[in-house]
Design a protein around this ligand. Structure first.
Ligand code: NCD
Length: 352
């Protein structure tokens, strides 16, 4: 059983295959309109979402499949105390593939241990968001032509911003990338990202506080919102929420071809005037989201790519998505390779 829980579940070669497939779909969507006829996607969203849930649903509909699911934990049996493990078992009887978003780190991984169908992590707490990473990589590749030898700035809430964690994990695998982490002290990247990812990869990185001073250096800027829902204290959120605002005046300090990415939703961190600047790439990311999720559904369900002869992930060479579920045998989660918070949660009781 193949799942996508972490952006590292795809090798660099597999990542490129998914990006290439997304490009082929974008060039000729009609050719893919019946690839998933008869298949059902379940969207299990225990946390709010606009883009991720709707783009998964439109991806499946555009492939000829159908969708079911819930949007909000209050709409499902989690309110009655059902565990993620049981929900995964149940939904395996109804659907062919699951996209799950959950406020607890490690929940989609736990679901994958019990599911009989592929599980895609659509965001788990402050931890990971691998499908957004694929979107970000595709957008950077479209704008810059390559994913290596880039100076990438991440700005805002780098502590709780799960899209940042997944994207850094992926980008360190490309040679020559250099990272600038622009945040206040309170919202710095988690220690585990520095210790487990950046240092072992010997990736150069700088932790700084000034957006203005850093902007002229950058090839790519990745803005994020301050993650209100993950703060324990509203006063801290109010103090930090507007700490970085990218407006046209600041953007004038940047290179003429520096794309500005943002996973959205934006709050105040990018002024609306920036939308008209050709460097604004965040609505391009939204469109890419549909094609990436179509590509991932095709890949994980081993469906045939009509622009190729064989099913996407069964092609010769490096075309196999990793079989990570097979490595996770112990239901109490003693074999866990992701961040510390997940380990803690997974080793605890089987709660929702
Ligand atoms: C992001 C998320 O959910 O982590 N949104 C998204 O999926 N595009 C970013 C965010 O909520 O700030």
């Amino acid at each position: 059983m193949r799942h996508l829980i972490d952006s590292l579940d795809l090798s660099v070669a597999e990542t490129q295959e998914v990006l290439d497939l997304a490009d082929r779909i974008a060039a000729d969507p009609a050719a893919y309109a019946h690839c998933a006829d008869g298949k059902i996607l379940a969207t299990l969203f225990y946390e709010p979402s606009t883009r991720t849930r709707l783009s998964f649903e439109t991806a499946m509909l555009n492939l000829g499949g159908r969708t079911l699911g819930f949007a909000g934990a209050e709409q499902c049996s989690a309110t009655k105390g059902e565990t993620v493990a049981d929900t995964a078992r149940v939904v395996s009887c109804y659907a062919d593939i699951i996209a799950m978003r959950h406020p607890k780190e490690g929940a989609p991984l736990r679901a994958s241990m019990y599911s009989r169908i592929p599980v895609i992590n659509a965001g788990d707490g402050g931890h990971n968001h691998p499908t957004q990473t694929m979107i970000d990589l595709l957008t950077i590749r479209q704008r810059k032509g390559h994913l290596d030898h880039l100076k990438i700035g991440f700005c805002g809430d780098l502590k709780f911003g799960r899209t940042v964690h997944s994207l850094v994990n992926s980008l360190v695998r490309y040679p020559g990338n250099e990272f600038y982490f622009i945040s206040p002290e309170e919202l710095k990247v988690p220690d585990y990202l520095v210790e487990d990812t950046l240092k072992p990869a010997k990736a150069p990185y700088h932790e700084v506080t000034s957006l203005e001073d850093t902007l002229p250096e950058l090839d790519v800027l990745y803005m994020t919102r301050v993650q209100k829902e993950r703060f324990f204290n509203e006063e801290d959120y109010i103090r930090l929420k507007d700490i970085y605002i990218l407006d046209q005046e600041k953007l004038n300090l940047a290179k003429a071809d520096m794309p500005v990415l943002h996973p959205l939703p934006r709050v105040d961190e990018i002024a609306p005037e920036v939308d008209a600047d050709p460097r604004a790439a965040y609505f391009q990311q939204v469109l890419n989201g549909k094609f990436i999720r179509m590509a991932l559904i095709l890949s994980l369900l081993d469906l045939t790519d009509p622009r190729r002869d064989r099913p996407h992930s069964r092609r010769k060479g490096n075309g196999h998505l990793q079989t990570i579920g097979a490595g996770v045998q112990d239901p109490v989660g003693s074999f866990i390779t992701i961040g510390k918070k997940s380990e803690i949660w997974l080793q605890g009781s089987d709660q929702n």
